[in-house]
Design a protein around this ligand. Structure first.
Ligand SMILES: [Cu+2]
Length: 117
C-alpha cells in the first residue's frame, strides 16, 4: 500500500527533473559567477609555483604561481588560503610546489600541496 501511495509523487518528481536541467545549464553558461554552491565546490584546479611567504601559524600562503589556463590566469603572486595550516609544514620561501586549490566565490583555498623536485 505504501508503494502505491508515494508512486504518483515520485513520478511527478522525476518528470520535473529533465525540465529543470536545461534551465540550470543555461544559467551557468550565461553567468559562470552565478553557479550553484555545488558547482563552486566542484571547481578544483592544479598549479605549480614558488613559495613567496609561508609562516607556520598562518592560514594563508603567498605563492608566485605559473599560469593557470583553466582560470585564464597569467603568472602572478597571490595569497591562497590553506584548508589546513599543516599543508605548509616543511615548506619555506623559495620552494617550488605543486598544489591543488578550489574556488568558492572569490576565495581560493589550497587543499593539497607538495614540493616539486
Ligand atoms: Cu593568481
Amino acid at each position: 500500500m505504501r508503494v502505491f501511495s508515494i508512486f504518483p509523487a515520485l513520478v511527478l518528481t522525476l518528470s520535473l527533473i529533465p525540465a529543470a536541467l536545461p534551465l540550470a545549464a543555461a544559467a551557468h553558461e550565461h553567468n559562470p559567477q552565478c553557479a550553484s554552491p555545488a558547482a563552486k565546490k566542484a571547481a578544483v584546479y592544479t598549479a605549480t609555483g614558488t613559495i613567496v611567504m609561508a609562516e607556520k601559524t598562518a592560514e594563508t600562503v603567498a605563492i608566485r604561481h605559473d599560469p593557470v589556463p583553466a582560470l585564464n590566469w597569467p603568472a602572478m603572486t597571490m595569497n591562497f588560503r590553506l584548508e589546513d595550516p599543516s599543508l605548509a609544514d616543511g615548506l619555506k620561501k623559495g620552494d617550488a610546489v605543486r598544489f591543488d586549490f578550489l574556488q568558492v566565490g572569490a576565495v581560493f583555498t589550497i587543499v593539497d600541496m607538495e614540493p616539486l623536485n
